[in-house]
Design a protein around this ligand. Sequence first.
Ligand SMILES: Cc1ncc(C[n+]2csc(CCOP(=O)(O)OP(=O)(O)O)c2C)c(N)n1
Ligand SMILES: [Mg+2]
Length: 673
Amino acid sequence: MRPTSIPASTVPSAKEFPELTTENLLDAYGRMALIRVFEERVSELYRNSEVPGFVHLSIGQEASAVGACWPLAVTDVITSNHRGHGHCLAKGLAPEPMMAELLARATGTNKGLGGSMHIADPDLGIFGANGIVAAGVPIAGGAALAAQLRGRRDVVVSFFGDGAVAQGAFHEAANLAALWRLPMVFFCENNGYAEFSPIADQHPVPMTARAAGYGLEYVSVDGNDVEAVASVMTDVVRRIRAGAGPVFVEAATYRWHGHYEGDPEKYRSAGELAEWQQRDPLVITRGQLLGRGVGQDKLDLVDAQVRARIEAAVEAARQAPPPDLSVLRTSVYAPRPSIAEPDWTPAADGEIFRTMDAVRLALEGELEGNPEAFIAGVDVGKGGNVFALTRGLHAKWPDRLLDTPISETAVMGLAVGGAMAGMTPLVELMYLDFLGVCFDQILNQAAKLRFMTGGKARMGLVIRTQFGGGRSSGSQHSQSLEALLAHIPGLTVVMPSTPADTYGLLRSAIRDPNPVVFIENRQLYGMKGPKPPTDYLLPLGKAKVLREGTDLTIVSVSRMVHEALAAAEALAPRGISAEVIDLRTVSPLDKETILASLAKTNRLLIAHEGVTDFGIGAEIAALAVYQGFWTLDAPVMRVAPPPTPSPYAPNLEKEWLPDRQSIARAAQALVRV
Ligand SMILES: Cc1ncc(C[n+]2csc(CCOP(=O)(O)OP(=O)(O)O)c2C)c(N)n1
Ligand SMILES: [Mg+2]
């Protein structure tokens, strides 16, 4: 039985594509047997509580995994989903480290930090199984863009299920790939179900219509026949390497086990399963091999060797130690290059530039020095930029300034996949508020992939964005969401306040091997200040004391720093000496500078533009109370907007935003405590 979405008449027979040699087919059989035995063993180990967590098995789908990876070289890339064991084994991952990973051992592929749903080995072109449905598809787009920009003939195959086709991430990635003719295969394993829901309840049109909607070539194939899948993919991959655009391949198949191990499987009948088991991919291939004259004994020998290998893998994994606690510390962030605070004092008659110039010059400098860097986003290229920040760059590097459709998830996927491929993606999110439409790629992918892969995934990328209240931009174009981002382990969050800092921090962010969200304030774009030397770099994670004082410390960031400085000036004639700290980087937080200042002034005020509740002030207050308790002479105070969305009416917004007056009032109250 085939799911109704694939009309049998459109499924080409294997004969229409190049045939595999008998030796190749035997090899393919061995790979399928490896997947089958591996997963049967995992099923037992799961029941035995030796494998923790969730396990989704692909038993019954081995032919599609092996056939799809058949024409791929190690330099080609795959992305996978929650049902990824077969894809990883088919792409060349050895079963031994993978078994150790499932048993949560230090010797696992990902040091026991990933587990069944997150196996990845970028060096083998395995850019990750993924626990988020369809998340691998935009990442595949990034890997494919890397191949395209480098002028290589590598191909990326993105595995996903029928259910994933209903995800926005899929649509954005399909549209972008077709538009840019990215060298990738959208490989849909249609097993008839998305979790417990049959395909008929998921999609109003067949996959052919989906593919056609994006201008993707569509090919369907019998996903249980490895010879057919390998033949189709050999042809498709050959054509993509020669410059053809992306192709959507739909492989009809079926999973024998439940959606996950332990699934009560209330949604399907035993008869349906039995019918599909008649078309066991391994039995089909055995039949083909016997038909080609391969002896039964040879096939039995392959089975026996596979069994012995998997058994040995299980035993080795059992003997291996669990991960050492130190991996928690070492896996989140890649070590940063050490950058010392530069010794630069602007000359009185030195050159002046604006923050917007600083952004452009930093980008230009890094693009100049790093041919692997590219910029992508909505209106960053030839049409001009909303804030004119990339002006002139497209003329210089037309191939590396990429105007994208309004598809922020696909854009973030370019960053994640491109970074994993070793490039330096610099993507622009026009407004910080638009985080909402692409958060998964930042929260679950960019921030976590280094960790979940046990440090294997490179994730050096920059997401530049801007925010800023005070211009009646309303609740969806003003938000200061830094606390949301700083809350996510793995991200670095930078918020400069001056043109020179913008320049130095942005250049450092681009060289940093971690995902950095670089948040500019649009009210500061026109701000003028001294222009630093071209090679000016600032350390990430280091705050700066901008004004020395003795009575209280005001910690602030971004535009509010200038309000804090103005407040400090106003307080001086009233006999109050305020020290002002510019965080510059929100995460990692420079605790030392804050605590050292607090030890001197004994009073702490925090001013920021994000709403008060659960904002960065809360974190800094907790730091002061926990690590600076004995130096505090008064309660910690915060000046920040009340917890409402930012209002539109100018009078309301003025009242809502902190300013120099409200900061000065709070400071005055604090020193009186
Ligand atoms: C964004 C997201 N939504 C829901 C889930 C829960 N979930 C995991 S797998 C799955 C079904 C996916 O179906 P399909 O893409 O067809 O893959 P299959 O399981 O059939 O291989 C669901 C709903 C998830 N992991 N991620
Ligand atoms: Mg499915």
